[in-house]
Design a protein around this ligand. Sequence first.
Ligand SMILES: [Zn+2]
Length: 333
Amino acid sequence: MDFLNLPKIDLHCHLDGSLRPGSVLELLRKYNIDLGINETNIDDALKIRGHCDSLLTYLKKFDLPLKIMQDKEDLERLTYEVFEDAKNENIAYLELRFAPVLHINKGLSQEEVIGAVIKGMNRAKDDYDIEGNIIICCMKNLGEEEALKTIKAGYTYMNKGLVGVDLAGKEDIGFAHKYIRAMRLAKDMGYNITVHAGEAGPGQNILDAISLLGAQRIGHGTNLYQSDEAFRLVKKNNIFLEVCPTSNLQTKAVDRLEKHPAIYYYKEGIGICINTDNRTVSNTDLTAEFEAIGHLLSMDRPSYIKMYERAVEASFADRETKDKLIDKVRRIK
Ligand SMILES: [Zn+2]
């Protein structure tokens, strides 16, 4: 299958993990940040290439990009570039996520950070045939008060480019219990909810994310098989799993793609879509992800189109955008 030329949907992509190495290098120089990074080692500094032992090692790759993502014009430009890269491999719709609180080190407010990212996205949407929305992440290591601040900061942009909230970062057992109040407020404010769960943590975390936090989608959800109750709930409530194959290999959520539990979930009729997670950190793009796992899902053209359509329905886009995206895939049938 020619995955490159098929229209694609990416619902799980982190901005800070998807920057162009050349742009990172340029901005390190602009701000005189001297870490000994140059043309020869920038790729190693940003990408997982070869061995990575855990999610924690993986998360360390975000330290460098965050150093140069502290100014409005840079955030706007970097967002624009991610959308441009996505469009270049025929991604029709990108839901891009980031944690505003990680971009306030030089004095920007979280609201300004969100505004700058949306501006970059809108500029790309004006220039190219690509649709998109933004999801803001709250960090699991920062606690509920910080999550509440982020959620309130995003309210100005609700349904004006911003469509959802996520909980990301290191996954402890039972983390969901600490974010019940924050996610209830988010729901009341009109946010859609997706939560990273069952990636490095147990299946129980997925159950908690759905039942305690109201998650409509689960980031990864790899360990769903560990909880019968979670499995039943995901199926019954049509909760969608955002699967990121290469990232799951790198963080050791799975040993081999052939054994990825998502293959089983897919065969059981659970809604899944394939995503990049981090285009740069994982050294991948969505075409490569489909090439890696497509044959393991016995994917042919009709089943690809079905997955695309389910991903569109599970996206947080409005009805008009969804219809436009469905139209796009029906045209190639
Ligand atoms: Zn993620």
